[in-house]
Write a protein that binds this ligand. Structure first.
Ligand code: AMP
Ligand code: MG
Length: 356
């Protein structure tokens, strides 16, 4: 049913009411119903995570299929485990020869390297040999020896990743790239652009820990994203309100294994080759760019609170919320403006940091 018909019906129904206000209310209700009728949602599994796309549009079902196809297309290029992906081909030819790659792969190498350099190497697309040594790539977890790590760390320099004229080349044998820290953010940007290009003005995309809100909710209020409590999967620390923005969280609690009573998580400090122990439980970035949010959430988790805040003061362009091991939730000034902290059942205290 189209909007005019619904409105016409609504107004006819409204004639049964006496007062003007009631009539307006009924028409309003009809409009709301129409919007809900246009609410389409689907959940799928891709890129190693659960994705839920909610699109408010009369062609929502078809648009979600388009979105899922775009995700598959990117996964087929960027996955480190699918054999025919660009990433697998680049890794298989390390130290041997340049490999022809697609435009998206090129963009991600370029962006990953540039943003990685900005973070002083805290984000490192060439970290794969070490991530693999911990067993995170094949899900065969174990603690590597120091000798193993010492041998692998020289193979993790992103400057040894050469990308030019539609090809990519890893200069040393044994090198490998891992785009797991940037792919989902990039994918959220691509899907958001695709949907906006097809006229979508209201949608929320959730790609695991990466969320992107297009426009606002149908009622004109901002989308709300829960900030997970890293210590309790059933709890959250507050709500973040967004409009045409991405919210991306990185945290040690998202993927880890235990050995001899100690937890080892999947975010590696490229300086040590060990899971970053920076005093943080999670970092959440709010940004208009899902790609940047994804890179910075990983990088700032490696940096720790103090360096991360310096980085934010220096570069801006994004806002951040940190949850620390010491029990603090720390929000940058711009994040504070769109964040409603809820202490509720968790023991966190809250603090805002002003821009200098
Ligand atoms: P994220 O969940 O976005 O924080 O990304 C974590 C994933 O990125 C890991 O599962 C690894 O595949 C990869 N990764 C781990 N440490 C780093 C790092 N320091 N720089 C770039 N990618 C990393
Ligand atoms: Mg990331």
């Amino acid at each position: 049913m189209n909007l005019k018909k619904i409105l016409a019906l609504g107004l006819t129904a409204a004639l049964f009411f006496t007062g003007c206000a009631e009539r307006r209310e009924a028409a309003q209700q009809m409009l709301e119903n129409q919007k809900m009728e246009n609410r389409h949602e689907a959940t799928s599994f891709a890129m190693d995570t659960i994705m839920t796309f909610t699109v408010i549009h009369e062609d929502g079902d078809e648009l979600i299929i388009d979105a899922e196809q775009e995700i598959r297309r990117l996964e087929n290029l960027l996955s480190i485990t699918l054999e025919d992906s660009d990433v697998s081909k680049i890794n298989a030819a390390a130290g041997k020869e340049p490999v022809k790659i697609e435009k998206d792969t090129m963009t991600l190498l370029e962006t990953g390297k540039n943003l990685g350099a900005m973070t002083g190497g805290a984000f490192d697309i060439a970290i794969s040999p070490v991530v693999k040594a911990w067993g995170f790539t094949e899900e065969e977890h174990h603690v590597p020896t120091q000798a193993e790590l010492d041998a692998l760390l020289p193979l993790t320099d992103a400057d040894d990743v050469i990308h030019e004229k539609g090809t990519a080349y890893l200069q040393k044998e044994g090198m490998a790239i891992d785009l797991g820290g940037i792919t989902k953010g990039y994918a959220s940007d691509r899907v958001a652009a695709l949907l906006k290009g097809k006229g979508v003005e209201s949608a929320i995309l959730s790609l695991g820990g990466n969320v992107y809100g297009i426009g606002t909710k149908p009622d004109g209020t901002k989308w709300e994203v829960a900030l997970a409590n890293p210590l309790d999967a059933n709890d959250y620390c507050g709500l973040i309100s967004i409009e045409d923005q991405a919210v991306v969280t990185s945290g040690g609690y998202q993927r880890y294994f235990e050995e001899n009573g100690k937890k080892y998580h999947h975010i590696i400090d490229p300086k040590t080759g060990y899971p970053a122990e920076s005093g943080l439980l999670s970092v959440t970035i709010i940004s208009e760019s899902g790609t940047e949010a994804d890179v910075f959430s990983t990088a700032l988790f490696v940096m720790g609170l103090e360096k991360a805040l310096d980085f934010w003061q220096e570069y801006g362009g994004f806002e951040a919320i940190f949850v620390t091991e010491a029990g603090e939730v720390v929000a940058t000034e711009g994040a504070d403006a769109c964040f409603a902290f809820e202490g509720r059942d968790n023991d966190f205290t809250y603090r805002m940091v002003e821009r200098k």
